[in-house]
Design a protein around this ligand. Structure first.
Ligand code: TXA
Ligand code: MG
Length: 337
């Protein structure tokens, strides 16, 4: 199959909508990462997403809406708190989990009786959803296990020959996937299943917020998890990634300088001085790190890196999300020098 990359003018969006109505899969830009989109109500179209990604069948998809009407059509029940959160954070990087309506097929929800919903903050993609008239189910547009794509070229590298069209909306603003939450205690409590740019601090204005333990821990082999995604290998480049956890620039630089070798790279904030091994920079602030992390992990592959020692991010605010992704990229390997 020929894979085209096109900028989102009206013609291209119309063509994308036609493809989606015919049950095809199209890659779409969002403010977080690129998604691999199909009609969320069409079971065989969604099956194609799983095939293109090589994604396990029990890992549910997020459905992307352009109006609250689409939310109402897709779920059985909307707690008041969800409407308040929607008003504050949509369109934006917040995904909420609801009891699903029968209109959402089991393929989309990975067999669960719930469905994850968000309204993305990208003008072209909102227009496309509108043109399709149905929500678009879309996981991140990478091959299962790889770092998520934050530009059209990343999608092309993973999906060339597997899908007909990639809509090129430029670089994703945030660079990390949305915050995923569910509600407990009849909507009095918010549980964070995956951290993102909408942080625990921001959510705590609305309810008590707890963070699921699997945000920071590897689930046990037979553990029943709320969010099936946490069971699987994630965000990993070919290189062995290690998190180097220290607050001190000197200690970090000392560690790198004593661990150099063939195809060994440091992934640094950028402000550190005196490093003698080759490095990639991912930024001095949590926002920059979120924006650059996946691109830098993909770059280690292009360089043929065997080992990447990544500086541990600050674990506050959006840094929580950066750390969560990095933990999985590193298969939970942490070095304290
Ligand atoms: O920012 C994002 O969320 C991007 C863009 C494309 O919107 N999408 C994304 O999708 O990251 P994906 O499939 O890569 O990650 C979805 C995560 C998975 O960990 C999945 O297990 C979880 O959300 N999830 C989806 N539906 C769920 C549900 N009903 N219950 C619990 N977890 C769910
Ligand atoms: Mg993903």
């Amino acid at each position: 199959m020929l894979t085209e990359i096109k900028k989102p003018d009206d013609e291209v969006l119309k063509k994308a909508a036609e493809l989606i109505k015919q049950g095809e899969v199209v890659a779409i830009p969002t403010e977080t990462v690129y998604g691999l989109a199909a009609n969320a109500y069409d079971s065989s179209a969604c099956a194609k997403i799983f095939k293109a990604k090589g994604r396990p069948q029990d890992n549910p998809l997020i459905i992307h809406i352009s109006s609250l009407d689409m939310l109402r059509r897709s779920v059985k029940e909307i707690p008041d708190i969800a409407l308040h959160l929607a008003e504050k954070f949509w369109s934006g990087p917040l995904t909420m989990i609801f009891p699903k309506d029968d209109i959402v097929p089991d393929t989309t929800s990975g067999g669960l009786d719930t469905v994850a919903v968000r309204m993305p903050d990208n003008e072209a993609t909102l227009k496309l959803i509108e043109l399709c008239g149905v929500p678009l189910a879309a996981p991140s547009a990478n091959l299962s296990g790889s770092p998520s794509p934050t530009c059209a070229q990343h999608v092309y590298n993973d999906m060339n020959g597997r899908i007909p069209l990639i809509i090129d909306g430029g670089e994703c603003r945030t660079g990390l996937e949305s915050t995923v939450i569910c509600f407990t205690d009849s909507g009095k409590c918010i549980k964070i299943l995956r951290p993102g740019a909408v942080t625990a601090e921001m959510l705590s204005e609305f309810a008590t917020v707890v963070t699921d333990k699997n945000v920071y821990e590897k689930p046990d082999a037979n553990e029943k998890v709320i969010s099936p995604g946490v069971k699987y290998k994630h965000y990993s480049p070919n290189a062995q990634v290690y998190i180097v956890d220290t607050d001190s620039d000197e200690e970090f630089v000392g560690f790198l300088n004593s661990h150099g070798g063939d195809n060994i790279y440091g992934v640094i904030f950028g402000r550190e001085q005196g490093i003698e091994i080759p490095v990639l920079k991912y930024g001095n602030t949590a926002e920059e790190q979120a924006h650059n992390l996946f691109a830098v992990l993909r770059e280690t592959d292009e360089l043929g890196a065997k080992t990447a020692y990544v500086r541990c991010p600050d674990k506050n605010g959006v840094g929580t999300a950066v750390y969560n992704r990095l933990l999985r990229a590193a298969a939970f390997r942490i070095i304290k020098p």
